[in-house]
Design a protein around this ligand. Structure first.
Ligand SMILES: [Fe+2]
Length: 294
């Protein structure tokens, strides 16, 4: 088999919609001020547009977007998110999972579940929502949600016991179907980060991976490119993080990037090569790295 999967994350779609004053209350005030002060001039629509253009020109078989399409979970942001998903492609070729900014305040979840429904539903719809499983050309995309509303200044994520239990079954079931298992999870389950930004049940997630395995885990959240590994059943499982899809070229992490995974081989002898394409000073994208993961 040969399958090319593209991965991008954390577009935090700019510009921020003119927030209706009445809808700005509680945690949103903190987020709004934070955005205005630190991020307002940082995320770039021009870079995001250029990334989408370059990504589509690579003609991947499928695209995975690991959350934080929104900033404050305002109604208009879910519409903007749906528009971006449409630009990336039809729902059967694009998969999205939510990030903490999409579920920034109570009540947001039902809004993105509706607005983005066709992009985050599994092949078999069940009553649970997450994880969902989509089979595409020998690959299983397993979408998780770590997005939970938190107190101001917190950006933690949580899977919860019920979702972890269903993840274990999904991993076992897709392995039995001889699929290359790609787990999509907004909060990285490996590496170091601030306590305020962590996945609170990362240890329990790692236990599931150790027991049931996976071939590849894709994350965002930190806006930093990183490659870590977790212990799987037969070897280490790569955990890859990508920078924010709207970060300008001169930001301290090198600017917006996306990864292309060329997946091949067969069960027990999978191959996976990762290519990174990153924004350049002229706002074009160029290949900046290539690495054999498996
Ligand atoms: Fe983010």
């Amino acid at each position: 088999m040969k399958f090319v999967l593209a991965h991008l994350s954390d577009p935090h779609i700019p510009p921020l919609p003119r927030a209706a004053l009445l809808s700005l209350f509680g945690k949103r005030i903190t987020g709004f001020l934070n955005w205005k002060l630190r991020r307002g001039n940082w995320h770039s629509r021009e870079v995001l547009n250029a990334l989408v253009r370059d990504l589509l020109a690579q003609n991947p078989d499928h695209i995975a977007l690991t959350g934080d399409l929104a900033n404050l979970a305002l109604d208009a942001e879910f519409g903007n998110g749906r528009e971006l998903l449409g630009q990336l492609g039809a729902a059967d070729r694009v998969t999205v999972i939510p990030g903490n900014h999409d579920n920034y305040v109570r009540g947001a979840e039902s809004k993105y579940m509706t607005a983005w429904q066709r992009y985050l539903e599994g092949d078999i719809r069940d009553e649970y929502g997450f994880p969902f499983v989509r089979e595409r050309g020998g690959v299983a995309l397993i979408g998780l949600s770590t997005a939970v509303p938190t107190l101001p200044f917190f950006a933690t994520g949580k899977l919860g016991r019920a979702q972890l239990r269903r993840l274990a079954s999904a991993l076992a079931e897709t392995e039995a179907r001889n699929l290359f298992r790609v787990v999509l999870i907004h909060h990285p389950p490996a590496g170091r980060r601030s306590w305020l930004r962590r996945l609170v049940d990362a240890r329990q997630f790692r236990k599931v991976i150790k027991e049931y395995g996976a071939e590849l885990i894709l994350s965002g959240h930190d806006h930093v490119a990183a490659l870590n590994t977790l212990k799987g059943v037969t070897g280490r499982v790569p955990v890859v993080q990508v920078t924010s899809a709207s970060a300008p070229h001169n930001d301290r992490h090198g600017g917006a990037a996306f990864n292309l995974y060329e997946i091949g081989g067969e069960p027990g002898a999978w191959t996976c090569e990762m290519k990174t394409r990153q924004v350049q000073p002229d706002c074009g994208f160029a290949e900046t790295g290539s690495r054999k993961l498996i």
